[in-house]
Ligand binder design. Sequence first.
Ligand SMILES: [Zn+2]
Length: 111
Amino acid sequence: MKFKKGHKINKGRKLTAEHKKKISESHLREKHPNWKGGKRLQNGYFYILIEGNYIREHRYLMEKFIGRKLEPNEMVHHINGIKTDNRLGNLQIVDIVEHGRIHGGQHGGKN
Ligand SMILES: [Zn+2]
């Protein structure tokens, strides 16, 4: 198929300067305080839009901070109990079992 072949060639090409500029512009747009399209409040947590999926912001921030993906048994706990306070100083990685203990064993699967 002609289209598929062309697609493969494009994949191997390096980003043009214009393409890079577009990417950096879209990053700026996400940081813009008036642009609310990429962030929403749900179940008491902030969710942000990353590559088309809404993910919990506190987990995303922690993954960026530690430079790797969180393991399934790693919970990101809000130290002061405020689930919308996603400052790094308020976030702490705890084991899922330990996290359950912190919350009195009532909702170990949540942060
Ligand atoms: Zn917690």
